[in-house]
Write a protein that binds this ligand. Sequence first.
Ligand SMILES: Cc1cc2nc3c(=O)[nH]c(=O)nc-3n(C[C@H](O)[C@H](O)[C@H](O)COP(=O)(O)OP(=O)(O)OC[C@H]3O[C@@H](n4cnc5c(N)ncnc54)[C@H](O)[C@@H]3O)c2cc1C
Length: 464
Amino acid sequence: MYVMAAADGYRALSFWHDTVPGTLAASDQLPGDTEADVAIVGGGFTGLWTAYYLHRADPGLRVAICERDIAGYGASGRNGGWCSALFPASLAKLARMTDRAGAIAMQRAMYETVDEVGRVAAAENIDCHWAKGGTVMLARSAVQLERAREEVAEAREFGFGEGDLRLLTASEARDMAAATSVCGGTYTPHCAAIHPARLVRGLAEAVRRSGISVYERTSVLSLEPGRIVTRSGTVRARYVIRATEGYTPGLPGYRRAVAPVYSLMIATQPLPEAVWTAIGLAGRPTFGDLRHLIIYGQRTADGRFAFGGRGAPYHLGSAVRPSFDRVPAVFAGLRRTLAELFPVLGDVTVTHSWGGPIGIPRDWCASVGLDRETGIGWAGGYVGDGLSTTNLAGRTLADLITGTDSPLTRLPWVGHRSPDWEPEPLRWLGLNAGLQVMSMADRAEAETGRPSRAAGFMGRFLGG
Ligand SMILES: Cc1cc2nc3c(=O)[nH]c(=O)nc-3n(C[C@H](O)[C@H](O)[C@H](O)COP(=O)(O)OP(=O)(O)OC[C@H]3O[C@@H](n4cnc5c(N)ncnc54)[C@H](O)[C@@H]3O)c2cc1C
């Protein structure tokens, strides 16, 4: 009875959990002390992709995943479904961290990763509603149009052409997504819209089929060289991988490693074809606009809008709680923004609203790595761009663990160490001030038509 109730509870996590086929009942817990070659903490995309590619590299490896709830419980099951080539650090920043060639290699690896996710989904028969329609980012003011030009100019500086990112005229952009006030935009083909819970649950099944143990409802209390300790036993392993993203501060010793910041979403009822004819998004490109406080959306396979944004508060002490997933004022704001973009949605019914934590490292740069001495590996800090980046992380961790020297292990994010966040209350003050400034900057830009200097300053201060 308890398992049934919990499974139903997991359905309420998001629109995606609510509509994923199959059961959400937890599988076996870790039955007691055990031995493995690789022990992974966290059953989201990072943990699952790592296990998937480890098995392919060496089917003899014993891999155990310990997940506190169910596979796909975290951000991996709840996100916006943008399988994109976005990486949280800009090309210029990556070039500063390494060099121009490193930045270009990283971006190319991200482009390839989008297709790799689609390839594995097809190979493993995971129907994740894959639609590689690219991304259209709308410019809805002169300031946003300038930002679009800058992004395209940066891409050109690094040798990426029209086929990777191009500027759109107002009418081209409106043809793709007929939002209000559109004066241009950008388009990249490197993104697929997917149903994330279908992908993550399907991937967990594929991993299990290959003989890997995915222990659910197994809470890891500590992660140390050579072992992870859970409530129901200890897993001893040469390699221990931290794949806990926004939940990382809950692990002893990692309180300041990333800051969990919430991203929230809504989904509408399925819309009639006539509404979609008016709006566009044919081919299901993902879309947003070029404001500071990110918004993102997709037309789902069943004809709804799934639409999200940042703006929910950061919680003191990097606290993560289920109650933080739901902030009525942010949901109302998303509802308003969607109707501003597409007035035809003025009285559309919102059927689902949800949220979850993303992991933000102090320097806004995701990383993956393995400390050979301790055997502890990690990947994360994706700042809300983890759906495909986790795949690159999984392939990279598999190469690092099996000692395979590959182009992936030489990418600039490998072994990168982000500094710790400030102690509280500075962290709380800085992050919430940043969120406020970004939202005020968007309002000021809309009113004055001039770029906000405060947003630029805050972006640099926070390291974004
Ligand atoms: C609302 C929202 C929208 C987003 N939209 C997009 C998008 O459109 N595109 C994109 O690229 N990215 C998006 N992201 C980010 C993306 O979902 C994440 O970057 C990615 O899923 C991270 O995967 P992960 O496996 O590292 O972390 P998670 O999926 O969060 O998995 C971590 C897992 O670790 C488990 N765990 C934590 N602590 C413990 C413990 N002590 N013991 C055992 N298990 C533990 C958790 O239960 C969880 O299942 C979004 C995120 C959110 C929240």
